[in-house]
Design a protein around this ligand. Structure first.
Ligand code: COA
Ligand code: MG
Length: 288
């Protein structure tokens, strides 16, 4: 499991030079450099060349770097891989993954080059079939994480956009469970109305409460909200410390259960408390 924070995962169209440069200084945990749907067909050759050059020359520091290529079944997927391989990508994000066979096919291509020997694979889960096959996809070789493609999912399901996302809940939870079972990262879909801070905050809170590691974002103005909401709060950190201290005290007395604020604390709650502290530490140790 990747232990880096993935609170904020920012899409940048591979064709936008200014945005590619700006991102070296943005407070984002991860970047998705996009060659797929954010890049027009005529722009694709230019975008993949520009992106390979920027990845090779700019310093994105601590940020996790995912390159979203076009699907291998399209006329652009193989060329995307050819050009991007020269920049030794940390991870390839494959769109429209329906089954583990899609991951296997990409893994075989990555195996053939020394530059991509260590490249991880992330999958967009954005089709009904992808949702239903999420476990085999999560368990496929080289897998690092899932990105939920909620716009494509809503399109394929014919469901409506609602603030509570009720029509999408199963489609979010099934891949989330598969990701947890396989020990990979899971990142929630985008919030399209990028000037609506209140709506973004509510959707981040919902994704966090469900168990997602973070949210995909489309504009730098969305970063602060995602970074804040997907980080443990001060109250959660304080409670985690108190639970650990109370449990240590209880075990020293030969008891298996402690009580904090009128609630029982057992071994399993200590695991959660330790994860909360580890996440807070990982965030606190980020340098830029
Ligand atoms: N990543 C990095 N920088 C970005 C950015 C992004 N996703 N979106 C905008 N910026 C930068 C702009 O370059 C601009 O920088 P500057 O002021 O230093 O020149 C600044 O942020 C403000 O941008 P703004 O003018 O508010 O945005 P815009 O109107 O040019 O673009 C969008 C709005 C939504 C078209 C643009 O944010 C975008 O392309 N987002 C990504 C879309 C995407 O990747 N979709 C695919 C997945 S759903
Ligand atoms: Mg999509």
């Amino acid at each position: 499991m990747d232990t880096r924070p993935f609170r904020s995962v920012l899409y940048i169209p591979g064709s936008k030079e200014r945005a590619l440069e700006k991102a070296t200084g943005l407070d984002t945990d991860a970047i998705i450099f996009d060659l797929e749907d954010a890049v027009a067909i005529d722009e694709k050759p230019h975008a993949r060349k520009l992106l390979a050059e920027k990845l090779a020359t700019l310093d994105y520091g601590r940020r996790a770097k995912l390159v979203r290529v076009n699907a291998l079944s399209t006329p652009w997927g193989a060329d995307d891989l050819d050009v991007i391989a020269t920049a030794k990508p940390e991870a390839i994000l494959l769109p429209k993954v329906d089954s583990a066979a899609h991951i296997d096919a990409l893994a075989r291509l990555l195996d053939t080059r020394s530059e991509t020997a260590n490249t991880r694979i992330w999958a967009m889960i954005e089709s009904p079939l992808g949702v239903l096959n999420a476990l085999e996809i999560a368990q496929a070789p080289r897998m690092g994480g899932f990105i939920m493609g909620t716009n494509d999912l809503a399109k394929d399901m014919g469901c409506r956009f609602r603030a509570d996302r009720l029509p999408l809940l199963s489609a979010l939870q099934l891949p989330l469970m598969a990701a947890k079972a396989a020990g990979i990262v899971a990142v929630d879909g985008v919030y399209n109305a990028f000037k609506d801070d209140d709506g973004l905050r509510a959707e981040c809170q919902q994704g966090r409460d469900m168990g997602f590691d973070g949210k995909t974002l489309i504009h730098p103005a969305q970063l602060d909200i995602a970074n804040q909401i997907f980080a443990p709060t001060d109250e959660e950190v304080t409670l985690a410390r108190r639970q650990i201290a109370a449990f240590d005290e209880a075990t020293a007395k030969g008891e298996g259960v402690a009580v904090v604020d009128g609630k029982i604390v057992e071994n399993l709650h200590i695991v959660t408390a330790q994860q909360t502290l580890a996440k807070a530490d990982a965030i606190a140790s980020l340098t830029e």
